[in-house]
Design a protein around this ligand. Structure first.
Ligand code: F6P
Length: 326
């Protein structure tokens, strides 16, 4: 028999489309197993301030298709302090909460690991970030939606780039990782893709564009991950223009558009699977792991690995992108 009786769910860090589908799955699965389920508003900040209330199954109706997070989110400074975490623990104790489901990215799981070590509270993490940069899941919640949002924008940029014979540098998100850039670059047929994982020199761009010119391609779309070695698209475009004044250069930053919007079906299904599995894992006595899906199978990865091991962009995809852009 499980000892777990009362669990709480929260979202933290940058929001990601599909978080609501995950919250719904957590609440519905917990209710099915006769657990008391609580929602914590605004992530770790809300935990510290006691923004905790019961969630009924009806309250998560009609949210599966909505972007953002109904529980709201925050990047908490307070939780980084010992005092903040102690306060958060006192709040949970007041509600007799004996298990947590944490939905978020690297920072969220780092906080969860520390909290569990200090206060011995079982936590299951869900990878919720558009960046797709967590080890232990092929995809993170929100990644697929962000890709589709970005690609729609890049396709539009491509039309105007073609009409005017211009070079566009399009910046996509992904703080330290190039997953969004690599996938949207391939999917949009970009002339070149600049990501932190492949140390491409800016001078190569000139050669790439020259090759295009040879086959009468007079425009270019270059997808830039915000975390590439030169900085964002603005910096790359400036540096490129300084040495290549013959080209007419423009910059588009897609930005937070990538974080919002209705989640794709793939994100809804992933989030539902992960939310459901997280609750069953707590009931089974699992703790301090991130639940993910690898090769279509649900699996559990210790927090320390999910946070510290590198899930790197596939070298095969990087090579292929180069060939297809010839
Ligand atoms: O981690 C998700 C993410 O969207 C990153 O891609 C981006 O660098 C960062 O969050 C932006 O954070 P904020 O919304 O706090 O500015």
């Amino acid at each position: 028999m499980s000892k777990i009786k009362r669990i709480a769910v929260f979202t933290s860090g940058g929001d990601a489309p599909g978080m609501n589908a995950a919250i719904r799955a957590v609440v519905r699965t917990a209710t099915y197993h006769d657990l008391h389920i609580y929602g914590i508003k605004r992530g770790y900040d809300g935990m510290i301030n006691g923004q905790i209330s019961r969630l009924e199954t009806s309250e998560v109706g009609n949210i599966i298709h909505r972007g953002g997070t109904v529980l709201k989110t925050a990047r908490s400074m307070g939780f980084m302090t010992e005092e903040g975490r102690k306060q958060a623990y006192e709040q949970l104790k007041a509600y007799d909460i004996d298990g947590l489901v944490a939905i978020g990215g690297n920072g969220t799981l780092t906080g969860a690991m520390k909290f569990s070590e200090e206060f011995n509270i079982p936590i299951i993490g869900l990878p919720g970030t558009i960046d797709n940069d967590l080890y232990g899941s092929d995809h993170t919640i929100g990644f697929d939606t962000a890709l589709n949002t970005a690609i729609e924008a890049i396709d539009k940029v491509r039309d105007t780039a073609d009409s005017h014979n211009r070079i566009f540098f399009v910046e996509v998100m992904g703080r330290h990782s190039g997953f969004i850039a690599l996938h949207t670059g391939i999917g949009s047929g970009a002339s070149s893709i600049l990501i932190p994982e492949a140390d491409k020199d800016i001078n190569n761009l000139k050669d790439t564009l020259k090759k295009g010119l040879k086959r009468k391609k007079l425009f270019g779309v270059i997808v830039v991950a915000e975390g590439n070695k030169y900085g964002g698209a603005m910096e790359v475009a400036k540096k490129f223009s300084e040495e290549n004044s013959a080209y007419e250069v423009k910059v588009t930053v897609i930005g937070h558009l990538q974080r919002g919007g209705s989640p794709t079906c793939a994100d809804r299904v992933l989030a539902s699977r992960l939310g459901h599995s997280a609750v069953e894992a707590l009931i089974d006595g699992k703790r301090d792991v991130m639940v993910g899906v690898i090769n279509n199978k649900v699996c559990f990865t210790p927090f320390i690995d999910a946070i510290e091991k590198q899930k790197s962009a596939s070298q095969d995809l990087i090579n292929m992108a180069e060939i297809l852009a010839l």
